[in-house]
Design a protein around this ligand. Structure first.
Ligand code: FEO
Ligand code: CA
Ligand code: CA
Length: 560
């Protein structure tokens, strides 16, 4: 089913990208100049003038094997897996590995801190749930412990093997027990029960790196964990910020809204303000961007984080091509208008809505309904978002939405007016759609390489693997799609995931010689621990499947 692309054709795609960036072909040279004048973006670490071709490979075929399969010439090392000890204190690596971010130590591409998100637990960490569905106290505590984040130190040894350094002074867990400070409009307000701090973070899905080298991590499907642990729901569903090099720096930024946060992608407006794009991964939910009030000042380093406390949250209206401000003022105005009618998805009378959205704290805490009120377009599970380092267009994964027939999902590309990330108007296109014709289904996390290729991982749910219309895609995978040149919008498979897993959190080292990638929930359909459906990563004598992070190497420069 996958359109077979021969190696020579593929190399010519990659060559086009490299040549365009290295020098001077007319059309792309213009783009390069434009890109250089545009803002830096923070979710990648690459410059435009490089000539790296990270994606030199022979595409693989889909597979059903319980293996992480890569193209010929590539290898992977498991740097950390569920329950591995990560530091001298004996803390354990969490479960449900998702987002990765690599921070070089002393500028090294061979030693750095790796931040990994832990999204959820399963039978391999908490054991089977009782027939009545009740969790024990111990299970609830394990659920809080194994979610959150890990900061680990990783290095590549003389033989080229990536390993974890458990003697690291930085390695630590951040989880459901770690105290966070709330910032922004909801802090201390009745919307969050007057709280200025929150206990813990969990359901940490994707994230992003800031321009000041901290990590934003996104609380996605938080409700069940919070409810089981008796924690207030309004303290979760935020974007949290941590500093990998400073264990005391722990914030939840309420100005960025509370919803099922998938990720962040940070860039700058033409006039130097910070922009954060975000998806709300739910069926019929919206795409957002936050624009700071103040301007970014590189010399201020981490103090720029205060920019995330004050600004305007916008939601995309795909019909009008406008970003609508999600503010208490805008809602009050709408509710006061004669013809007001609550849009689909918003419950309550005018009076009830007025009472619900009195302050900006109320608005950010109940963000999805507020966004629908001001005209946000419900979309098909917006997951990861990336800003192209090539031309400032914004790529949004819409994973799927079976409630109205979008079975295989698509990637939307947003063109901000004049290429300014601060614009309030935009146009968009469907850049690529999942399905037989493209060879992938259900796009999720995205990453760019410096040749302008989009790396896409897929998230077909495990219950659908190898069944019905999902059959031909087999296991989930990692695909590479050029965003310009003759190979534009053609997907090539780079990796196939183990049984009942998805690949998450692709993240390159600055030299693009290593790709960190998470293998999330292998064997997650297991109901009997004596019969695991996957045993990845197949450690000798191990009887369970373990999520974890791998370091992929074998990338070659310049198509050699
Ligand atoms: Fe956690 Fe939306 O994937
Ligand atoms: Ca995801
Ligand atoms: Ca997912």
């Amino acid at each position: 089913m996958v359109k077979k692309i021969d190696r020579r054709t593929f190399l010519s795609y990659m060559g086009t990208g490299a040549a365009a960036l290295a020098a001077a072909s007319a059309g792309l040279g213009v783009l390069e100049g434009k890109a250089s004048a545009l803002s830096p973006t923070a979710d990648h670490l690459f410059g435009f003038k490089t000539n790296k071709v990270s994606g030199y490979f022979e595409p693989i075929e889909p597979s059903k094997e319980d293996l992480l399969l890569l193209p010929k010439g590539y290898r992977y090392d498991v740097v950390a897996a569920f329950d591995d000890v990560i530091n001298k204190a004996g803390e354990k690596f969490g479960q449900g590995s998702d987002y990765n971010a690599y921070f070089p130590i002393h500028g090294s591409n061979q030693r750095g801190l790796l931040v990994n998100n832990h999204e959820y637990t399963n039978i391999f960490s908490i054991g089977p749930i009782a027939a009545d569905g009740k969790w024990t106290k111990e299970q609830v505590e394990k659920d809080l412990y194994y979610q959150g984040m890990s900061v680990i130190e990783v290095f590549q040894d003389k033989e080229g093997v990536w390993k974890m350094d458990t003697s690291s002074a930085y390695a630590r867990r951040i989880n459901g027990f770690t105290a966070f400070e709330l910032t922004g409009p909801a802090r201390g307000t009745s919307a969050v029960g007057g709280a200025t701090t929150a206990k813990g973070t969990f359901a940490n899905c994707s994230g992003g790196v800031t321009l000041w080298n901290t990590v934003l991590s996104c609380e996605e499907n938080f409700s069940e964990t919070a409810e089981r642990a008796g924690l207030p729901l309004t303290h979760y569903g935020w974007v949290v910020e941590i500093d990998p090099f400073d264990g005391k720096y722990l914030k939840k930024h309420t100005a960025l809204g509370r919803f099922n946060h998938e990720n962040t992608a940070m860039g700058l407006t033409a006039d130097g303000r910070v922009v954060v794009y975000m998806g709300d991964d739910k069926k019929d939910a919206c795409v957002y961007k936050f624009v700071s009030k103040g301007k970014y000042d590189a010399s201020k380093g981490r103090a720029n984080s205060a920019l995330l406390e004050d600004g305007t949250l916008y939601v995309a209206n795909l019909k009008s091509g406008k970003w609508a401000a999600v503010t208490a003022e805008a809602i009050a105005k709408l509710l006061a208008s004669d013809g007001f009618k609550a849009p689909s998805g918003v419950k309550g009378t005018r009076e009830e809505l007025l009472a619900k959205f009195k302050t900006q704290g109320d608005v950010v805490t109940n963000c999805h309904e507020a966004a629908l009120l001001v005209g946000g377009t419900p979309t098909d599970r917006p997951e990861d978002i990336e800003i192209s380092p090539f031309d400032n267009t914004v790529f949004v994964s819409h994973t799927n939405n079976d409630t109205h027939g979008n079975i295989h999902g698509h990637i939307t590309r947003i063109f901000e007016k004049d290429g300014d990330l601060g614009a309030t108007e935009f146009d968009f296109e469907i850049f690529i759609a999942g399905g037989r014709q493209s060879g992938f289904s259900s796009p999720d996390n995205l990453a760019f390489d410096s040749s302008g290729n989009l790396w896409i991982v897929t998230d077909i749910s495990s219950s659908s693997h190898n069944k019905g219309v999902y059959k031909t895609f087999m296991n989930n995978g990692l695909f590479v799609v050029p965003t310009h040149g003759p190979g534009m919008a053609q997907a090539m498979q780079f990796a196939s995931a183990p049984v009942e897993s998805e690949l998450t959190g692709p993240f390159f080292t600055p030299d693009e010689q290593t790709l960190f990638l998470s293998v999330q929930h292998p064997g997650e359909m297991t109901t009997d621990l004596s019969k695991p459906t996957s045993l990845w990563p197949h450690r000798p004598g191990d009887k369970i499947a373990r999520c974890g992070v791998v370091a992929i190497s074998g990338f070659r420069l310049g198509g050699k």
